[in-house]
Design a protein around this ligand. Structure first.
Ligand code: AMP
Length: 284
């Protein structure tokens, strides 16, 4: 497999440089730099090359974050987690050699479609539950799952990207992080939290996939906080959503983190079993 060459290097920094790649079109731009389509010259393997400017890292004091992001993402290998094959740097830039996700960005697709069908939503939730079960087994909590961090490959398989807020720890954590709408109550209260914060977020995402907006969205951040703390959950009459889907959401958006549905139980939930396209996550 062509990717094997990239994956097999134990210390990528020693082996790789920009000369190893043909650079193609700009795929997108983030806070710290640009992402280009690229081809590794020897194998012809197509990747996404993320170029991060060290100057910007200094400005936002993001060094330790990036180091953690690289270490975590590089250690993960799952069909629904975007692979980080290698990285290297020169004087001014850091280069991340990433799996190329040729499909849409999930948040753009959601914006275009307004909301997803139950089949599509269930397929994505099942993919996420599997990927998160894999991460949690490795003691990685993502803590920042949101549509903007999810990419799709050519066949429409979901890929978790961006491990900027992830943490590798088997003990409870206390850092406040993540995007407000997706924050679990224990994080808002700055209490200790564990992997169950990702299960809460799956409930928020499931709602957003089916209704087009996250469940606790308000103009004022304090109102969102208040609604999350009360688990002030309403299901609008349109679009029509099945009672089974609402049941799953209700069992994930539970204030007591120990009572949230486990990832295993999500995959066994009747709504997932009925609607998720299993080929979507078994085929790779
Ligand atoms: P980021 O800096 O990670 O926010 O990436 C900026 C943009 O580049 C994203 O919004 C995507 O459009 C694109 N992008 C990032 N990573 C990839 C990838 N692995 N494959 C395809 N496009 C990507």
């Amino acid at each position: 497999m062509a990717a094997a060459k990239i994956i097999s290097h134990e210390d990528p920094k020693e082996y790789w440089s920009l000369k190893d790649f043909d650079i193609g079109r700009l795929l997108g731009e983030g806070k710290f730099g640009k992402v280009y389509l690229a081809r590794e010259k020897q194998s012809g393997y197509v990747v996404a090359l993320k170029i991060i400017f060290k100057e910007k890292l200094d400005k936002y004091r993001y060094h330790s974050h990036l180091r953690r992001e690289i270490e975590i993402q590089h250690s993960l290998s799952h069909p629904n987690v975007l692979r980080l094959f290698a990285w290297f740097h020169d004087e001014t830039r850091i280069f991340l050699v990433l799996e190329y996700a040729a499909g849409h960005e999930l948040y753009k697709l959601l914006k275009d479609l307004k909301y997803f069908s139950e089949q599509r939503a269930a397929t994505y939730i099942a993919s996420l539950a599997r990927a998160l079960a894999y991460c949690h087994e490795k003691h990685v909590i993502h803590r920042d799952i949101k549509p903007e961090n999810l990419l799709l490959d050519m066949e429409g398989h979901l890929k978790i990207a961006d491990f900027g807020w992830a943490v590798q720890s088997s003990s409870k954590r206390r850092t406040m992080c993540g995007t407000i709408d997706y924050l679990a109550p224990e994080m808002i209260e700055n209490k200790e939290h564990d992997h169950a914060v990702d299960n809460w977020t799956l409930g928020v995402l499931c709602y957003e996939f089916l209704y087009g907006v996250p469940p606790f969205e308000e103009h004022d951040q304090n109102d969102t906080f208040r609604r999350i703390m009360k688990v002030d959950l309403n299901f609008p009459s349109t679009p029509r959503v099945s009672p089974e889907a609402k049941d799953l959401i209700t069992k994930l958006l539970v204030k007591d983190s120990s009572k949230r549905l486990s990832l295993k139980k999500i995959l066994e939930h009747p709504w997932i079993v009925k609607n998720a396209d299993l080929e979507q996550h078994d085929s790779k």
